[in-house]
Design a protein around this ligand. Structure first.
Ligand SMILES: [Zn+2]
Length: 274
């Protein structure tokens, strides 16, 4: 399942490739034929994301709403490259110019909506660390809830765009017990979580990688500050998918269990704060 940084990266790439141009929209697979007919030959104005939702605004008050779900992909290639490739998978929606082709495959949602309907989607989503500066609306939900902070961080109407990897890693980074009920979480802990997500997710957009380990964070931040390319070693994490291995901080074994439908990884020894 893509996390929010993937959608913001995709919005940025779609915007950079197609914004300001009149594009052809089609549905090679056929299932989105009626929707594509509403968009084709219109100017693509802006692509933007909120959490895991992508909105592509076209002239004429038409918005393409996409949610990739578990298996969806949206790839952008040069038209020449796509023309030479064998057809792979079923393309639900294609956005094309003479130079570029964007192909959407396997989405959970692909629909043409109005600006008012887009507003309704935003209203149901919590703040997104990549879009919103104020995490207060998420705190309002969290501190009234008896659910664990580990479960609440996955609820898109509480906080939008954070998936399982960032959930596990941010709780470990601040030594917060994942089982802490929202109503017992300290405000200072939430402020640390929100500030850290505001720092970490942009690194994911910049690198298309989830970067949560201090040495890699510093490496990426300094490369970005210098305008240099980032070359990261293999992906590392503090707890995510490290079941049974030693915690970097305290040496205890990293634990795993299912919370809110996804495997939570944490250290039971050093994550004790609330
Ligand atoms: Zn530990």
């Amino acid at each position: 399942m893509p996390e929010g940084h993937t959608l913001h990266r995709l919005a940025r790439d779609l915007h950079g490739t197609f914004a300001g141009q009149v594009v052809e929209v089609s549905s090679p697979q056929g299932r989105f034929g009626a929707g594509a007919a509403l968009l084709t030959d219109h100017e693509l104005i802006e692509a933007r994301a909120h959490g895991k939702h992508l909105f592509v605004e076209f002239a004429g008050d038409r918005v393409l709403h996409v949610h990739l779900g578990l298996i969806g992909t949206f790839t952008i290639d040069s038209a020449a490259y796509v023309g030479e490739q064998p057809v792979v998978g079923q393309v639900r929606c294609r956005i094309a110019t003479d130079e570029h082709v964007g192909d959407l495959r396997g989405p959970m949602t692909c629909a043409v909506i109005t600006p008012e309907q887009e507003d309704a989607v935003h209203a149901k989503l919590g703040p997104d660390p990549l879009r919103d500066t104020d995490g207060g609306p998420a705190w309002e939900r969290i501190h009234r809830s008896r659910k664990s902070i580990a479960a609440l961080l996955m609820e898109q109407d509480v906080l939008a765009g954070v998936g399982n990897v960032y959930r596990c890693e941010v709780l470990h980074r601040h030594q917060i017990n994942p089982a802490t009920p929202g109503e017992r979480l300290k405000r200072a802990s939430w402020d640390l979580i929100w500030a850290d997500l505001r720092r970490l997710l942009p690194l994911g957009v910049a690198t298309s990688r989830i970067v949560t380990v201090d040495e890699q964070i510093e490496q990426v931040e300094s490369a970005l500050a210098m305008g240099e390319d980032v070359h990261l070693a293999e992906r590392t994490s503090y707890v995510y998918k490290r079941t049974g291995q030693e915690c970097d901080r305290c040496g205890s074994q990293v634990k795993a269990k299912d919370v809110a439908g996804r495997v939570l990884y944490w250290c039971g020894n050093c994550q004790r704060r609330s």
